[in-house]
Design a protein around this ligand. Structure first.
Ligand code: HEM
Length: 191
């Protein structure tokens, strides 16, 4: 009885969340197609590019701040839990988000005649390539290694905690690259 009441409550919360998301998306589309500054499709690509970039970079920054805080915590289980969530977020959320940001950036470029040689465009492309390579070559395999170490040696064993500290340091550089790309996109230097 209680279980079905709880599932009914959570279903209606899910519907409310979906309704909020749809309302924000509809407002965004209405704004984009009524922009006096940009062409309709360009405005839509720009909106998606910037919104998803905010989500991606903001999420990375939040994980960084929590990592710095938890590195000083007395309870190693807390950083192990954060590392687990960071690995999940990186693969399931940030990787596709990065793909959307990249695709929308390319879509905008195709809709302009700015050319691909401008400094800020080159920095954007290099920054995106750097974060993709870091993710594929280091962050993903290291996250899997941490999961294996957690199984074999224990989540709070010194080897596991050392591997977690290493991944968090590299992730910090990764977020720094993203912030440099944001500064580059917003200021468009030397262009
Ligand atoms: C590393 C990932 C990236 C992030 C975090 C990012 C972030 C941003 C942000 C915050 C803006 C808004 C700038 C403003 O309104 O002043 C922007 C605009 C833009 N970005 Fe990116 N970007 C990324 C990658 C790319 C790539 C790879 C391209 C394609 C070459 C690209 C093309 C553009 C274009 C064309 C604009 C619109 C410029 C304008 O209309 O003034 N971005 N980006």
């Amino acid at each position: 009885m209680n279980t079905s009441a709880a599932s009914r409550a959570s279903w209606s919360r899910g519907q409310l969340t979906a309704a909020i998301g749809i309302a924000v998306a509809v407002i965004g589309v209405v704004f984009a197609f009524n922009s006096a500054w940009y062409g309709h499709w360009y405005a839509l690509f720009r909106l998606v590019h910037v919104s998803v970039a905010v989500f991606w970079v903001g999420g990375g920054l939040l994980l960084t701040v929590l990592g710095i805080k938890l590195e000083r915590s007395d309870d190693p289980n807390e950083i192990v839990t954060l590392a687990r969530w960071a690995a999940w977020t990186g693969e399931r959320i940030f990787a596709p988000a990065g793909g959307i940001v990249f695709a929308m950036g390319i879509a905008m470029m195709i809709n302009t005649d700015w050319g691909w040689g401008k400094f800020w465009v080159v920095v954007g492309l290099i920054g995106y390539a750097m974060t993709m390579v870091t993710g594929i070559a280091f962050l993903s395999p290291q996250a899997r290694r941490i999961a294996e170490l957690g199984e074999s040696k224990g989540p709070t064993a010194p080897e596991t905690l050392a591997a977690i500290r290493k991944i968090m340091l590299v992730a910090r550089f990764d977020v720094a690259v993203l912030l440099v790309v944001v500064a580059d996109m917003v200021t468009k230097p030397f262009s």
